[in-house]
Design a protein around this ligand. Structure first.
Ligand code: NAD
Length: 319
């Protein structure tokens, strides 16, 4: 049985990863943590919750010791659009937090999962079928921290024998927790607006194509990678993974099949558009498929149907 610490657990991913880990392992052995205080329901009912600010090594170390942690899912980070607004804080949290997590992992021999991102690519990266190993010259603070994080995790694996693993996640769509200020947040907002108002003003251009994934696929990928046979993992810290790739126009058309009077218009945010323009259209995830059996289960049609069903249940009386 693993004993797991999840940092940044109150965010978009942690809100679904923690319950999935608690279902799979002993719920008391999965410690959720964040720099925000947990809502009362999360803090008490479902399993342990601890306040951990990842830039303070003592706080990480104390929780790892107290709970006998052997695996850390390190989710705490600033996302792409927020990182561009606060580049210094993004550097401190994204790099400083990871460095301290890796140091604690080195001392206590913990395995570490790190979510990298398609943001680790840049404008000179091939946009179509982006290879597993390719040019990575990102032009955002977020991307710079993600490339450096991939390399730092490789370093701790090679230099200190720490079992670090990671995924380059695409934009994630989910209905449980709101997204935390990324460039692909539009793909979540659009569903809320379709159900509440039957219209949405998108902050990216109509033709902005990006890789995407529905959260159940992402959560499964994170757990499966950490369970995979280590002897088969050549690209341990930065596996390309994707489920689908679409533009705002294409997703709006899909939503219209379920909400016929849904309308979309565009008010482009130059900051987020420039970030999106620097990322690939569709990555090649064959290394993940070969090395640990990655296979997406959700396409755009299934995701759109499920998102609308779930949100209609939460927002009764809406479209
Ligand atoms: N959501 C996506 O679409 C996506 C895509 C690719 C990669 N990722 C990566 O996955 C990870 C988690 O993403 P998310 O979408 O859940 O982000 P989020 O913004 O929703 O959640 C991040 C959490 O980290 C916490 N946090 C911030 N600073 C902290 C600190 N110093 N110590 C502890 N906690 C702190 C925040 O309070 C928040 O709850 C990030 O590394 C992100 O870059 C996310």
């Amino acid at each position: 049985m693993r004993r797991i610490l999840v940092t940044g657990a109150l965010g978009q991913i942690g809100s679904e990863l923690v319950p999935a880990l608690r279902d799979r392992f002993d719920a008391d052995g999965v410690v959720a943590s964040d720099v925000r205080m947990a809502p009362a329901a999360i803090a008490t009912a479902e399993g342990p919750f601890e306040y951990v600010d990842c830039v303070h090594i003592r706080q990480i170390d104390e929780v790892v010791r107290r709970f006998g942690i052997d695996t850390i899912y390190h989710l705490a980070a600033l996302l792409s659009a927020v990182a561009e607004e606060k580049p210094r804080v993004a550097w401190d949290v994204n790099m400083g937090g990871l460095y301290r997590v890796l140091e604690v992992a080195r001392q206590h021999r913990c395995a570490v999962f790190l979510p990298s991102s398609i943001g680790a690519f840049g404008p000179t990266t091939p946009r179509q079928g982006t290879p597993q190993e390719t040019i990575q010259r990102p032009t955002t603070m977020y991307g710079i921290t993600k490339v450096a994080s991939e390399l730092l995790c490789d370093y701790y694996a090679e230099r200190f024998g720490i079992d670090t693993r990671g995924l380059r996640l695409p934009g994630l769509v989910s209905h449980v927790a709101p997204p935390g200020g990324g460039t692909t947040d539009w793909a979540v907002e659009i569903f809320h607006h379709a159900v509440r108002h039957r219209r949405y003003t998108c902050f990216l251009r109509a033709d902005s194509r990006l890789d995407m994934m529905y959260m159940p696929d992402a959560v499964r990928a994170m757990i499966e990678l950490m369970e995979a046979d280590p002897s088969r993992l050549r690209h341990r810290n930065a596996f390309n993974v994707t489920s689908m790739s679409f533009t705002p126009t294409e997703l709006a058309e899909k939503i219209r099949e379920h909400v016929p009077d849904f309308a979309i218009d565009y008010e482009v945010d130059p900051l987020r558009q420039s970030i999106a323009d620097s990322w690939p259209d569709a990555v090649d995830d064959s290394a993940a498929r070969e090395e640990w059996g990655w296979k997406p289960q959700w396409d755009m049609e299934a995701m759109a149907r499920d998102m609308l069903e779930q949100l209609r249940r939460k927002l009764p009386g809406r479209a």
